[in-house]
Design a protein around this ligand. Structure first.
Ligand SMILES: Nc1ncnc2c1ncn2[C@@H]1O[C@H](COP(=O)(O)OP(=O)(O)OP(=O)(O)O)[C@@H](O)[C@H]1O
Ligand SMILES: [Mg+2]
Length: 337
């Protein structure tokens, strides 16, 4: 029997109602005034599952719904529909008190270590708070031990524990954010662009730190990034998103060697490769449509060089290709590309 996935996301939809005030809602239609809602479809029917101990990266252009997916997985945003299961148990839409036990098992590291650490608390207090919150009755000595262990693991000297976040550099702050996630002994971490705000020289150190922690603690990572070279380094599998939908989900090697979805092909062709001969850059026409008025059919058809009639009309279902990748594309499905 196949093991239960650690995370199972099924047909997840998350929209935001950004309808303004009464006057903003009024539109002139068929000769009379009517009211209109403005809905952003940030995540649109996403299905993916993760195995224990692996890193799955989610890539895609800005605004494609990566962070919304991450937050819906963590229960920060209740989805409109669809399911999120953690080790087989449904966690979407749980009230805060029922979600609390999962908060130790699932942690999140955010992009901006400047905004995600409370500037009024010392590092010791920042790290002690989640330990005390999730382990009622824990002794003061045990709390201190756990905090010291987490600080050592991320390479921050525990003797700096009475300093405030502003006394640290960006890289050190991100180390402290990671320590705050590790200090409660999670099984699963969602890292939303954890190195995007850091200097290039620091990025590699933080990536290595994340990978070491994964080995030591058998962690599973959902890693959000738009940096394909980082994704190539850290992931086992990669999910490619476009306008809230998943276009391709594949093993890293397969995806980088033979991307199948036309959007993945365009995305990967934008990576400069040293010494690559016959390298052709796929230039997409037009702009990414807004997630407020999603195009009908395949959301990528407005920019796809291979689009035909069916792509304008029907939403493609993700299908498994011969190379094992899941691809949502009519043209791949009918064998024409
Ligand atoms: N709280 C919110 N209210 C309204 N719209 C939102 C909200 N959060 C996200 N959106 C919209 O949902 C869409 C997806 O946003 P999201 O932040 O998930 O994208 P992203 O892929 O993480 O982008 P980036 O790479 O820039 O971080 C965008 O159009 C965004 O404007
Ligand atoms: Mg984001």
């Amino acid at each position: 029997m196949a093991a239960v996935p650690i995370l199972d996301v099924s047909h997840l939809v998350k929209t935001f109602d950004i309808t303004g005030g009464f006057l903003d809602q009024l539109v002139w239609r068929n000769g009379r005034l009517s009211r209109r809602k403005t809905i952003v479809r940030a995540v649109n029917d996403v299905t993916l599952s993760m195995e224990e101990g692996e890193t799955v990266s989610v890539v895609g252009e800005s605004g494609c719904g990566k962070s919304t997916l991450a937050r819906a997985v963590m229960g920060i945003y209740p989805p409109d529909s669809g399911e999120v299961r953690f080790r087989g148990e449904r966690i979407d839409g749980l009230p805060p008190n029922r979600l609390r036990p999962y908060r130790t098992r699932m942690q999140m590291v955010f992009q901006d270590p400047y905004a995600s650490l409370n500037p009024r608390m010392t590092v010791q207090a920042i790290l002690e708070e989640p330990v005390r919150f999730h382990n009622r009755g824990i002794s003061a000595g045990e709390v201190k031990d756990r905090v010291a262990r987490a600080m050592m693991q991320v390479g921050v000297d525990p003797s700096w524990n009475d300093r405030y976040p502003h006394e640290f550099s960006g890289g050190q702050r991100q180390r402290i954010s990671i320590a705050r996630a590790l200090v409660v002994d999670p099984e699963f971490i969602v890292a939303d662009e954890p190195i995007a705000a850091l200097d290039v020289s620091i990025q590699a150190q933080i990536l290595n730190l994340l990978m070491d922690a994964q080995q030591d603690r058998k962690l599973t990572y959902l890693f959000i990034s738009h940096d394909l070279s980082v994704v190539r380094h850290i992931s086992r599998r990669v999910a490619v998103m476009y306008l809230g939908t998943l276009c391709e989900f594949a093993d890293k090697e397969t995806l980088f060697a033979s991307p199948r979805h036309p959007y993945t092909q365009a995305l990967l062709s934008a990576i400069p490769r040293l010494g690559a001969k016959g390298f052709s850059h796929v230039k997409l026409k037009g702009e990414v449509p807004t997630p407020i008025d999603l195009p009908p059919g395949c959301v990528f058809h407005t920019r796809c060089p291979h689009a035909v009639k069916v792509c304008f009309e029907e939403i493609p279902k993700p299908l498994q290709c011969a190379n094992g990748s899941l691809v949502a594309c009519h043209r791949v499905a009918d064998g024409s590309i």
